[in-house]
Each structure stands twice: as C-alpha cells, then as structure tokens.
Design a protein around this ligand. Structure first.
Ligand SMILES: [Zn+2]
Length: 230
C-alpha cells in the first residue's frame, strides 16, 4: 500500500524523518485522503505518510505536527532500559532477593533474582512480563468492546509472528498478537486488535470488512500507518 521515498527534510528535532507514499487508490476504503505525520519517540523516527498526489512535507509542517503531538523528545532505549506501551522504563535487577519476582515501581521494572542477576535471564523475564501485559490489555479491550462486537475470539495468544505481521485471526477464532505490540503505544494494539476482531466475521479485505472496522474504530487508518516504521 505504501512505498518509502526520500525525505526532503532528513531529520527534525532529533528524529529521523521517513516518508511513505500511497501507491494506489484501488480500494476506496483504504485511500489516504490527508497526510499523516507521527513521531515515535522510542524509535527516534518521524513517519510522514502521504496520499498519492501530495508534495512531501517541509519544516513548518513537521513543526506543526511535532507541537500537536506535545513536542516529544526522542528517547531510544539505552542499555538497561526497556519500552513498554510507548513508555521507557529502567530495568533494575535486584540480586539475591530470596525469590524471583518482577514488578513496576516508579518508572522502573524491578527484577528480583534469587541468585546473581544474569542479564540474559533478566531480559527473558522482562520479555515474558511484556507478553503477559499485552495479553491482559487485549483481553480488557475485548471486554470493553463486547457490546459492539459481532463475534468474540475463542482465545487470544501472544506469539512470534513475521516482523510485519502484528496480528493474525485464525479460522477457529483464535487471535494471535505479535509480542512487539507491547513496545508500541496502546493505540497501535487497539488498531491491530480491532482489525483481527473484524476478521472473525469478515474473512477477507472486501469493502464490507473496512466498513465494519471503521464502525468499531473510526480512526484505524492513521494508527495502522505507523506499522511501516517498526
Ligand atoms: Zn486483515
């Protein structure tokens, strides 16, 4: 749907600018009618998404979008940090704590270790925690949206999928989510989940699918564009 092209402004406010243009408008429902600019702080990237016939953006347009998004500073995670739903958290190991445990406390993830803190094991436990949080958020969203859903998923699982595949809907009603959704801001999870939930009753991307998705989540399009940056 989108093709990356060179950006006339390579960087802005510390963000690398990446520009994507819509290739075709063969599906009316998927047509990008206005440009979308999104700053993703933990990637340090600004994504510019353009309709087929629009000129690339200049500095004033980037500045307006940057201010509209609250002038975020880029913060690519450093060693000893992790990103959970768009927020950077320090990871603090607590060795010889008596028991293995993990919790959030004052902007940090504290990882208690029975013995010495092995970095690989700490990373694996942080990853497992992120997956559990992702699954819990997805299940809470399904419960919130229940009155508007035509069908409920048989189950939700978090598992490794292709890099560009954030979600999958299986014929037996299982919805699979990519663990990387635990890094993106929660609105990307909402868009992915809404897309896959819509597939429970519409198995293809026919116009009826896009109408049903728009009824569940009217602003799905600007959210879905951000996938191109991941
Ligand atoms: Zn789909």
């Amino acid at each position: 749907m989108m093709r990356e092209e060179p950006s006339p402004v390579a960087a802005f406010a510390g963000f690398r600018v990446r520009t994507f243009r819509q290739r075709s408008a063969n599906l009316v429902e998927r047509t990008l009618r206005a440009r979308v600019i999104r700053f993703v702080p933990w990637l340090g990237v600004a994504g510019v998404f353009l309709p087929r016939a629009e000129y690339p953006v200049d500095e004033p347009a980037l500045r307006a979008a940057w201010e509209a998004q609250g002038s975020p500073a880029p913060h690519p995670p450093a060693a000893g940090e992790t990103v959970l739903f768009g927020e950077t958290l320090a990871v603090r190991a607590l060795p010889f704590a008596g028991a293995d445990d993990l919790w959030e406390e004052g902007g940090a993830l504290v990882c208690a270790c029975r013995r010495e803190a092995d970095p690989a094991r700490v990373a694996a436990r942080v990853g497992a925690y992120a997956c559990a949080q992702l699954q819990a958020r997805a299940e809470a969203l399904v419960a919130d949206w229940a009155p508007r859903l035509a069908a409920r998923p048989a189950r939700i699982t978090v598992r490794r999928l292709g890099r560009r595949t954030l979600g999958q809907c299986c014929r037996d009603g299982e919805i699979r989510l990519n663990p990387s959704l635990a890094r993106w801001s929660p609105d990307i999870l909402e868009e992915t989940l809404a897309h896959e939930l819509t597939h429970l009753t519409h198995f293809n991307h026919a116009p009826a699918f896009w109408r049903a998705l728009a009824a569940l989540l009217p602003d799905w399009l600007p959210r879905s564009l951000v996938h191109h940056l991941g």
